[in-house]
Design a protein around this ligand. Structure first.
Ligand code: NCD
Length: 304
């Protein structure tokens, strides 16, 4: 049985296949509308979510399947003290596949040891978010026509932002990738990603506090929210939350074919005056999230 806990659980070839299937779904939606008839997806969200949970549910519904689950731990027996392992064992009796989000790093890995059905990590604390990365890869490949030879700026909370950890890991397997890591000192990319992922794969990168400095070189600018819920100290959050605010004026020196991505939700880091710039792709990205999750569900359930 296959689980998706870390983006590296999928080979580059498997990711290419998922992107192909997602593109085919976009072009031929009706062909897929009964592929999951009779199948059930459980979404177990121990942490808030809009896009990830709803795009998983929309994905399963568009495949003809059904969905069940909870969107906060307070409405499940977790609030009575039930362990993740027990919850997963039980939900496996009621569903064919489980997508789970949890505030604790590693919780989905623990869950898959006890699970009788495939588990998808829909975000574990400040660690990983592999299905957001699949969403990002589909978006980049549709916008740029390639996943290699790209200069990618990752901007904002690179310390606690799980999306950038998974994205950096995924992109490090392609050729000609350069990263510009843009963050305040307090929110730098963790050493384990820089050493074990970027340096190990000979990926060129630089670190800077300035968003303007490298903007003209970027093919992709991936903005992120400062992850309020992971701060120990409210004052630190308040001091750092508006460190970057991308607006139309700042984009003047950027490439004409830059793609601006953001996993969303956005707080203040992208001003709404950027939304009608043709380079703003974050809402298209959110839509890609549904199609790549449809492809992933089919793959993990072994449905052709
Ligand atoms: C992200 C997450 O949950 O990590 N959101 C998402 O899944 N689209 C980003 C965030 O919450 O900032």
């Amino acid at each position: 049985m296959k689980h998706l806990i870390d983006i590296k659980d999928l080979s580059v070839e498997e990711i290419d296949d998922l992107i192909k299937v997602a593109n085919d779904i976009i072009a031929n939606k009706e062909k897929y509308s009964h592929k999951c008839d009779g199948k059930k997806l459980a979404t177990l969200f121990f942490e808030p979510s809009t896009r990830t949970r709803l795009s998983f549910e929309a994905a399963m519904l568009e495949l003809g399947g059904s969905v069940l689950g909870f969107s906060e731990s307070s409405s499940s027996s977790v609030s009575k003290g039930e362990s993740v392992a027990d919850t997963i064992r039980v939900v496996g009796c009621y569903s064919d596949i489980i997508a789970m989000r949890h505030p604790k790093e590693g919780a989905p890995l623990v869950a898959c040891e006890k699970s009788t059905v495939p588990i998808i990590n829909a975000g574990d604390g400040g660690h990983n978010h592999p299905t957001q990365t699949l969403t990002d890869l589909l978006t980049i490949s549709r916008e740029k026509g390639r996943l290699n030879n790209l200069t990618i700026g990752l901007c904002g909370d690179l310390k606690f932002g799980r999306t950038v950890h998974s994205l950096a890991t995924a992109m490090s397997r392609y050729s000609g990738i350069k990263f510009v890591l843009i963050s305040p000192d307090e929110l730098k990319m963790p050493d384990y990603i820089k050493k074990n992922v970027l340096e190990k794969n000979n990926i060129e990168y630089c670190e800077t506090k300035s968003i303007e400095e490298h903007l003209p070189e970027l093919d992709i600018l991936y903005m992120t929210r400062v992850q309020k819920e992971r701060f120990f100290n409210e004052d630190d959050y308040v001091r750092l939350k508006d460190y970057y605010i991308l607006n139309k004026a700042k984009l003047e020196n950027a490439k004409k074919d830059l793609s601006i991505l953001h996993p969303l939700p956005r707080v203040n880091e992208i001003s709404t005056d950027v939304d009608d710039d043709p380079r703003a792709k974050y809402f298209e990205q959110a839509l890609c999230g549904k199609y790549i999750r449809m492809a992933l569900i089919l793959n993990m359930l072994g449905i052709k």
